[in-house]
Write a protein that binds this ligand. Structure first.
Ligand code: ADP
Ligand code: ZN
Length: 442
């Protein structure tokens, strides 16, 4: 099912025409209303009338997270406070939270694009939707809530955490669609299995997972454990919140961006120049229709690829690949760029390793070292027994560690120490985004 076929399957030429009209209006709008954009455009000698279409986008200045901080809290708002119906803040994964605002029309647009995500994720109007994204300043909870209502689901606004209650409602309310972070979905899946609940007794068809990076390996593991679909949703508060893009269940191959609202570029993060479709770069968005806090060329710091190839689902909007990492969570270890997602891709799904891991980086003198701590599966641990597991010289453990070290070396070109953890010993998501990387060099 396609929520808004007229827009979502629009021929690209018509889409680009729409984007061009909207961009020209946006340039006038922010120039007249947001002092920072006026100053920057003046400094770059760009007049709003120079922006006639998407081909002029490169003339506009970038916006960075630091600009939101410098204008904290409301300095980038383009409308009087009386027209701002809601504020949210980023979850502050990488520093002080940044504040964003929405007018009534912005909230309406958000519900529309989020409703598209429900359709893309295989939801049906009338479905029970269990919303385990956090409600509050974080955009996840309310963003999905409004989208689900617009789409026609019955919303269970349970918010994140409280795994026992999540499972109870999954069973008793007949939840068909659930949204949460992928790390929390793993916590849930493991608990469901631990309690001996047959996943087939549940009615869940789709998990809509986002807000943090995850991998194909994790999808395979989750779908196998729970017998459901797991689809990827992306968003960020500075641009909107969840709903900027979402995978279609037909292809599960890249997230369709709501391009009628978000003009997208993928740039080389160091030079700011565009990279070709299919090449990894930083994804940059310009909001075409937002009223309260539009952004020009917002540097997300998120690294991914983009494709404009036709999708089997019939949608024409471009698809972004999985987020491979953030420019700011890239670790440089002995001069090599390392993203946590690479570690996951190297190890997850390989017996007896689980997706539960932590990455610890330390420095002695001038030498960085990296340790991956990763849990083994229950069955492996039980078969081996506690005593052997505690014996550092055990042959079986030795083999697993050597194998894991080799996989890591193949992917990263780096040697890493591998420590095997007993089940339950690695950090778990208790509802929100999970911290897995501990850089102790600073
Ligand atoms: P914060 O920057 O404080 O985490 P947000 O709560 O707005 O702020 O989170 C937005 C960020 O979350 C994105 O920029 C991206 O890094 C990450 N994110 C959101 N969805 C996904 C996803 N599906 N895959 C990977 N990362 C995601
Ligand atoms: Zn598609």
């Amino acid at each position: 099912m396609i929520w808004n076929p007229e827009i979502e399957t629009m021929p690209r030429a018509a889409l680009e025409k729409l984007q061009s009209e909207r961009l020209a209006k946006l340039a006038e709008y922010v120039y007249a209303r947001v002092p920072m954009y006026k100053q920057r455009m003046d400094a770059a000698k760009v007049r709003p009338s120079d922006i006639r279409g998407i081909h002029d986008l490169h003339k506009l200045p970038f916006t960075k997270k630091s600009d939101l901080r410098d204008n904290y809290p409301f300095g980038l708002f383009a409308v009087p406070m009386s027209e701002v119906t809601r504020v949210h803040a980023s979850s502050g994964t990488t520093g002080k939270p940044t504040v964003v605002g929405y007018t009534k029309n912005d909230i309406d647009m958000w519900a529309e694009v989020a409703a598209r995500c429900f359709a893309m994720s295989g939801a049906q109007p009338g479905d029970m939707f269990q919303n385990a994204y956090g409600y509050g300043l974080f955009t996840g909870g309310l963003g999905m809530h409004y989208g689900a209502e617009r789409f026609g689901c019955t919303v269970i606004p349970i918010s994140g955490g409280n795994t026992a209650r999540q499972i109870l409602l999954l069973q008793d309310f007949g939840t068909a669609v659930m949204a949460c972070t992928p790390s929390y979905a793993l916590t849930l899946a493991d608990e469901i299995l631990r309690l001996g609940i047959d996943p087939k007794s549940l009615k869940v068809r789709s998990f809509i997972l986002g807000a943090e990076p995850w991998t194909e390996e994790m999808r395979t593991e989750l779908e196998a454990k729970l017998g459901t679909h797991a689809v990827n949703i992306y968003g960020l508060s500075e641009v909107l919140g969840p709903g900027v893009s979402n995978e279609c269940i037909e292809a599960k191959s890249g997230m369709h961006i709501a391009e009628d609202h978000f003009l997208t570029e993928v740039l080389n993060p160091s030079t700011g120049e565009p990279v070709a479709d299919g090449e990894v770069g930083e994804i940059v968005f310009t909001t075409l229709t937002k009223e309260a806090m539009p952004v020009l060329r917002y540097r997300t710091g998120d690294l991914c690829t983009i494709t404009r190839e036709k999708c089997i689902c019939g949608r024409t909007h471009a698809r972004m690949g999985r987020i491979l990492g953030r420019t700011d969570d890239m670790l440089i270890i002995r001069g090599v760029n390392v993203f946590p997602s690479q570690i996951e891709a190297a190890l997850v799904g390989k017996e007896p390793l689980t997706p539960h891991y932590a990455l610890i980086v330390t420095r002695e003198g001038h030498l960085d070292s990296m340790e991956v701590q990763i849990e083994v599966h229950d069955a492996f641990y039980r078969d081996l027994g506690e005593a052997r597991f505690a014996d550092a010289d055990d042959e079986a453990l030795h083999r697993v560690r050597a194998y894991a070290r080799k996989s890591l070396h193949d992917v990263l070109g780096l040697n890493a120490d591998v420590t095997l953890l007993a089940p339950g010993q690695a950090p778990r998501s208790e509802g929100g985004k999970l911290k897995r990387v501990f850089d102790r060099r600073k």
